[in-house]
Design a protein around this ligand. Structure first.
Ligand code: URA
Length: 434
């Protein structure tokens, strides 16, 4: 069997066998398959799709490229969570310590920025010293001691996803239901969760632009999890507007710290609390949503949630003093504003444009070897529904020495729509798939 024949088969729209998919994934894992062949097959999958069997085999092969974490010696139901990627999506960094503070064990293997979307690992790495590359024993130790640990793919945990993820980021091969499903679910199955909650983002700033495709992606991932014997559920959430106000790595960490202290933006807090409520019920910590929510509010108010994040940061080598002193996080002096061109109401802030602008400023990658700039990004001063007057700042760009400022400003100015009448503001949680 030759990989070139496998590429041709998928190019022509045929169904691949389990062996052909394993050949591809093994070649990626061992480094024997050149990037150009891997990229060609990825593009063929984007264009031709995969059946649910092929997607399941791809997921299995990626899981089997490394080890599967055995968490059976840690008591309790282990609840995993993953997002399909959005702009300003920092839910996991707030949710994981919050859920852990409420007694839920939450193992979490995350990813880096993908396309115009940010990545949990890049955000966490803006905390000085924070290590995402723990080995399995270290991961389990932090999980036992803190109740949560957020790490990345490593040479022993889904190494094939680590490589494919980086390649997809720079070859325009992200937006594909089988590729997203296999990438997300391989991490969830390998991390050892008993139950998985998915946040399937939908809208302008998501890979799935409409609710129909978001539901199709959610159903595929739920089917893969269920086949693997892991209870899997998905919420579909809005990603037409960036979540929260901050977009960019350390800027988002600041917003996470605020949210864990009860001072977060309403939309972010709502999504976090919905997932946390479900996590407590799924883990059997509370029997209903109302009592789960009381426990969550208590963990936020008492300081237990932020304290849990502090312990996770410390146990993963990071400087936990960032919690009290935000000036320890990377920042840049450069600022530019985008102002309202007229009086009216903000009726839309396009998440896709804001994500592209943040990337251009240096918050994301264009090449596999690019390093992200942890300090740059965008802070929104107005979200849909806000009344604004001409000249009022709508958003602020944090830039390093002028890099890409004019491009970012012109992209951001197209992101805002201002109308005479107040818009209908849509709910952030659009539905679920169970
Ligand atoms: N998150 C992942 O882990 N993989 C994807 O492909 C998209 C989002």
């Amino acid at each position: 069997m030759r990989v070139v024949d496998v590429i041709a088969k998928k190019r022509d729209g045929d169904t691949l066998s389990r062996e052909e998919i394993e050949l591809f994934v093994n070649g990626v894992t061992c480094g024997t398959l050149p990037d150009y062949q891997a990229s060609a097959l990825l593009m063929a999958i984007v264009l031709r799709g995969m059946t649910i069997e092929e997607t399941s085999w791809l997921t299995d092969s990626i899981v089997n490229s490394g080890t599967r974490v055995d968490l059976s010696d840690i008591p309790g139901v282990k609840v995993g969570k993953h997002s399909t990627g959005g702009v300003g999506d920092k839910v996991s960094i707030v949710l994981a310590p919050l859920a852990a503070a409420c007694g839920v064990v939450m193992p979490k293997m995350s990813g880096r920025g993908l396309g115009h979307t940010g990545g949990t690992l890049d955000k966490l790495e803006s905390i000085p010293g924070y290590r995402v590359d723990l080995d399995v024993d270290e991961f389990k130790t932090v999980l036992k001691e803190v109740g949560t640990s957020i790490i990345g793919q490593t040479a022993s945990l889904v190494p094939a996803d680590k490589k494919l993820y980086a390649l997809r980021d720079v070859t325009a091969t992200i937006g594909s239901i089988p590729l997203i499903s296999a990438s997300v679910m391989s991490k969830k199955l390998a991390e050892g969760s008993d139950v998985v909650m998915l946040d399937v983002k939908c809208g302008d700033g998501a890979f799935m632009k409409d609710e129909g495709s978001a539901r199709a992606l959610a159903s595929t991932m739920v089917a893969i999890g269920t086949r693997a014997g892991v209870r899997t559920e998905a919420f579909i959430t809005d990603m037409n507007t960036p979540l929260g106000r901050a977009v960019g790595n350390s800027l988002e960490i600041v917003e996470c710290l605020d949210t864990l202290q009860g001072r977060g933006p309403a939309d972010l807090s709502e999504v976090v609390k919905r997932f946390a409520t479900r996590a407590l019920v799924l883990a059997g910590r509370e029997s209903d949503d109302a009592s789960a929510l009381r426990r969550i509010d208590q963990a936020l108010l008492s300081g237990k949630a932020i304290e849990t994040l502090g312990r996770m940061i410390e146990r993963q080598g990071g400087d936990r003093r960032v919690i009290d002193d935000y000036s320890l996080l990377p920042s840049v002096a450069g600022r530019e504003h985008c102002v309202a061109p007229r009086d009216g109401f903000v009726s839309a802030v396009k998440a896709g444009a804001i994500g592209v602008a943040a990337n251009l400023l240096g918050a994301g990658r264009s090449n596999v070897d690019d390093r992200v700039d942890p300090a740059v990004g965008v802070v929104l001063h107005a979200k849909p529904g806000a009344r604004v007057t001409r000249g009022q700042p709508l958003m602020e760009i944090h830039h390093r020495s002028g890099r890409a400022v004019s491009e970012a400003l012109s992209i951001c100015s197209t992101a805002f729509t201002i109308t005479d009448d107040p818009p209908v503001v849509h709910p952030v949680i659009l539905g679920d798939v169970r």
